[in-house]
Design a protein around this ligand. Structure first.
Ligand SMILES: [Zn+2]
Length: 58
């Protein structure tokens, strides 16, 4: 109701340095090893999803 529990893995995205495809942590969790599900490349870099904040200041 009032509490919102967020797992630390949610919202984390990885980017394949080979095909530049964005891969979510959930997609990576499917395979036992870290690799791109699209091209199979094993080097992914962690990227932060862009969070757009609108801060009202007055
Ligand atoms: Zn890839």
């Amino acid at each position: 109701m009032g509490t919102a529990e967020e797992k630390p893995t949610t919202g984390i995205e990885y980017e394949c340095i080979s095909c530049k495809e964005k891969v979510t942590a959930e997609q990576l969790a499917i395979t036992p090893e870290i690799k791109c599900p699209i091209c199979g490349y094993r080097v992914l870099k962690k990227v932060r999803p862009q969070i757009v904040k609108h801060i009202k200041s007055r």
